[in-house]
Ligand binder design. Structure first.
Ligand code: ATP
Ligand code: MG
Length: 569
């Protein structure tokens, strides 16, 4: 490709409306443009990167046994009614009607379509296992589309679905995908961690998110400083922290005027926050009151509470009336004295506290000398808090640290969730009819591109790994008006092309400085500068983008060196 034929409008200035560096550099580097809120057009350079990312994904999916198909984006509402998700998916699903008034979703994901596809034709265990995938646009009407490709409303996703005859088979498919994902993200030069993830409303099964580590990410993950435990902050399981033994004091009411928050309470009584018990009152979508208690410095993990409640899907802050009806006093709540039959959840660590302070269910009053094991009656004790920096690892006890990252992919076991509700069954070895056992596995293609840039850039621009670079090498004649320089550059360009190297010839009549800046900004792994030395002495200058190193090589040696460098970078 010659730069004079390439549509790559680079920008000198940083675009003001972009927050993340990946978003800025993609716009500045002429890789994409915004079309509408949360929607983007890929320009030739950006699209080349996307195609290379997709090619790596394809290779690894195929190697793991996946078969590529292509499904329509529009999905009939009837299928979603069958699984129950037409109502449950909510506002994130974009919906359209055709001229006959039939409703469709613009597919946010394809579990229903895939299940419907196989249920008519997979009849016997002999046809299993089966893995089908596609790479295609998905639509989600995100509440806050932002950060460019990171959270957009139309985005490219690879989604694979596995079908097995039993749970063991499903777990084998899951492991294959897990390994394929490790290969994919490693090949793209990402620093990432597979982390144990919450699998939302799916329940029962397990899930991992593949998280590219970077401060710019929206996900928070807890990683052990000693063993390989890593989990998303919502998922991270926690064990009880047992407070040091103390002689148990009597329960005593103390006056605490206006101390209706933990901060005010700590100040008023001048006690460590670790001695206080915090209350949060929720109501579920069926209005059931759920009172949750954690240690004062801890936060309630609503995902864990929801899992625990099983039949609830949503939590909202409880109405004052509901709290008082149950015998509680907002701002001064305690499990002591709450009406029997009220659901009370106490965190494992809160339950192990000694001589703590909690509300007394009376205005401006707290109890001191609270010993939950002695004083809390009819409560459910469970792991319901958010992980905190320094918490002990649930596996080995070493301190956990919290880091940020970008979820680039996720793998789920689905079990029979879709096959049972959508009646996708097969006959097993004994002729018995059973629901297919499924898994689903997604990768955000555009988000992965953004994550790579977040990790691999410097002040001058992007530093692409060779595997996904828009071009592997840029050949830059210093002065394209000089016929001899241009000719030498053309010869190098042609020679590299003949060796199947993905090369761009920057034949634009521009100042050398402008072309060098663009090469750094766009981030080609290698730049070959063709100046007077190349013409007169046959010396070729290679610049390695990653470390700025410059190599001067004789013309008869440079091709082998480039081939070697491309293997290393
Ligand atoms: P998030 O929690 O970030 O909203 P998700 O868990 O809902 O994502 P999945 O349903 O697991 O997303 O989708 C699979 C992959 O698709 C994600 O791992 C992510 O890489 C990508 N993805 C999801 N939503 C978006 C989006 N709005 N824009 C770009 N990529 C997305
Ligand atoms: Mg996800």
């Amino acid at each position: 490709m010659r730069a004079t034929n390439l549509y790559a409008p680079t920008l000198r200035e940083m675009p003001a409306d972009a927050e993340l560096i990946s978003h800025k550099l993609m716009l500045r580097g002429g890789m994409m443009r915004k079309s509408a809120n949360g929607m983007y057009t890929f320009l030739p350079l950006g699209w080349r990167v996307i195609k290379k990312i997709e090619a790596i994904i394809r290779e690894e999916m195929d190697k793991a046994g996946g078969q590529e198909i292509m499904m329509p984006i529009l999905q009939p509402s009837e299928l979603w009614e069958e699984s129950g998700r037409w109502a449950a998916y909510g506002k994130e699903m974009m919906r359209v009607k055709d001229r006959h008034d039939h409703s469709y979703s613009l597919g946010p994901t394809h579990e229903e379509m895939m299940t419907a596809l196989v249920r008519n034709e997979v009849r016997s265990y002999k046809q299993l296992p089966l893995m089908l995938y596609q790479i295609q646009d998905k639509f989600r009407d995100e509440r806050r589309p932002r950060f460019g490709l990171m959270r957009s409303r139309e985005f490219i996703m690879k989604d694979l679905y596995s079908f097995d005859k039993d749970v063991d088979g499903m777990n084998i498919s899951y492991d294959k995908m897990y390994k394929a994902y490790q290969n994919i993200f490693t090949r793209m030069g990402l620093t990432f961690r597979p982390v144990e993830a919450d699998n939302g409303a799916i329940g029962g099964g397990h899930s991992h998110e593949f998280t590219a580590l970077t401060e710019a990410g929206e996900s928070v993950i807890a990683c052990c400083s000693k063993c390989d435990f890593a989990a998303s902050d919502e998922k991270a399981e926690l064990k009880a922290i047992v407070a040091a033994d103390e002689v148990e004091e009597e329960l005593k009411k103390v006056s605490t005027p206006d101390a209706h928050t933990i901060d005010l309470l700590v100040k008023y009584l001048n006690i460590p926050i670790e001695k206080t018990i915090k209350a949060v009152a929720y109501q579920t979508e069926t209005d059931e009151l759920v009172l949750v208690f954690v240690r004062g410095d801890h936060d309630v993990n609503e995902a864990k509470v929801l899992h625990f409640l099983e039949n609830a899907r949503e939590l909202r802050m409880a109405d004052e009336e509901a709290i008082t009806n149950a015998g509680g006093c907002p701002g001064f709540m305690s499990p002591i004295g709450i009406k029997k039959g009220t659901k009370i959840l106490v965190d494992l660590t809160a339950m192990e506290m000694k001589n703590a302070v909690s509300g007394a269910n009376e205005v401006d009053t707290h109890y001191t000398g609270v010993n939950p094991k002695r004083d809390f009656k009819d409560v459910i004790v469970a792991d319901i808090r958010m992980v905190k920096e320094g918490d002990p690892c649930p596996r080995c006890g070493a301190p956990l640290s919290l880091t940020r990252g970008i979820e680039v992919g996720q793998v789920f076991t689905l079990g029979e969730k879709y096959s049972a509700s959508m009646n996708a069954t097969f006959l097993d070895e004994n002729g018995k009819e059973k629901p297919l056992v499924m898994g689903s596995y997604g990768i955000g293609v555009g988000r992965t591109m953004a994550a790579i840039i977040e990790q691999l850039h410097d002040d001058n621009g992007i530093i692409w790994p060779v595997s996904v670079a828009p071009f592997e090498v840029a050949v830059v004649p210093v002065n394209a008006k000089n016929a001899e320089q241009l000719k030498t550059a053309e010869n190098i360009y042609k020679e590299l092309k003949s060796k199947h190297i993905d090369v761009l010839l920057d034949d634009r009549i521009e100042r050398a400085g402008v072309k060098f800046k663009d090469a750094d900004l766009i981030g080609y792994p290698l730049r070959i500068t063709v100046g007077p030395k190349a013409v007169e002495e046959g010396i070729v200058e290679i610049k390695i983008r990653k470390n700025g190193e410059i190599k001067l090589l004789k013309q008869d040696k440079y091709v082998d060196e480039i081939i070697n460098l491309l293997k290393e970078l």
